[in-house]
Write a new protein. Structure first.
Length: 227
């Protein structure tokens, strides 16, 4: 009897997951992801759905008028990716091209436009977000560059590290120096970190451990964790 009950709930749970996925597909057909709209309750799931439907992901980038090109890297030894996108340029500087999976880049654009840019104007007297300091996206390596660790999300272009921000009034924020600020700089950084948690799967900040004392790590894996 106990085994039958357990089987019933397992089947019910699986059915609920399938129903949710089908519902999200229907939602995407009716109202495709808008990279200019603030994240909502289902944004993270919506982005995860784009992972399995890359053409809809590229369509989202096109609707948002993103200057990018499709990109892929041969998959070997746990590194590489299909269905990537290289950001070629935007109104926000990154210090070079940004190479990520398509749904990862979609998440980055959504975060910049709907979380970081509005926060910059509120905290810094109307100053515009001008730069995001990109500390790395695709890199064939293990977590923390250690041989005994598993492959990093960076190894599949599914992550980005952000070390700071620049604004149109010339002000700069450096996470390593400014994270403990008790004024507007500190509040801004925590707000954009918390906003990233609504979009990305894993967000690690200087609050997490010393290895992240100088940057945000943000990735689009499936397991969710934010600190």
């Amino acid at each position: 009897m106990i085994a039958l009950s357990r089987w019933f709930w397992e089947v019910a749970a699986a059915g609920a997951v399938v129903f949710l996925l089908l519902a999200l597909l229907a939602i995407d057909w009716i109202a495709p992801l808008d990279l200019n709209a603030p994240p909502g309750m289902f944004t993270w799931l919506h982005l995860q759905m784009l992972k399995v439907d890359p053409e809809r992901c590229y369509a989202a980038l096109d609707r948002a008028q993103i200057n990018y090109k499709r990109f892929a890297e041969p998959i070997k030894n746990g590194c590489g990716f299909d269905n990537g996108a290289m950001l070629l340029g935007s109104e926000i500087g990154h210090g070079g091209h940004v190479l990520m999976t398509c749904h990862g880049l979609a998440g980055l654009i959504l975060w910049e436009r709907t979380v970081v840019a509005p926060a910059a104007e509120r905290y810094f007297d109307g100053s515009k977000l001008a730069r995001i300091r990109n500390m790395g996206t695709y890199s064939c390596r293990n977590i923390e560059h250690k041989k005994d660790k598993m492959r990093s999300e960076h190894a599949t272009a599914n992550a980005i590290d952000v070390g700071g921000f620049g604004f149109s009034n010339g002000a700069q924020i450096n996470l390593e120096k400014d994270w403990k600020d008790t004024g507007a700089r500190g509040a801004f950084q925590r707000e954009v970190r918390d906003g990233a948690c609504k979009i990305f799967s894993v967000v690690l900040s200087p609050d997490y451990n010393p290895n992240h004392s100088n940057h945000f790590h943000m990735d689009m894996s499936f397991v969710r964790f934010c600190r």
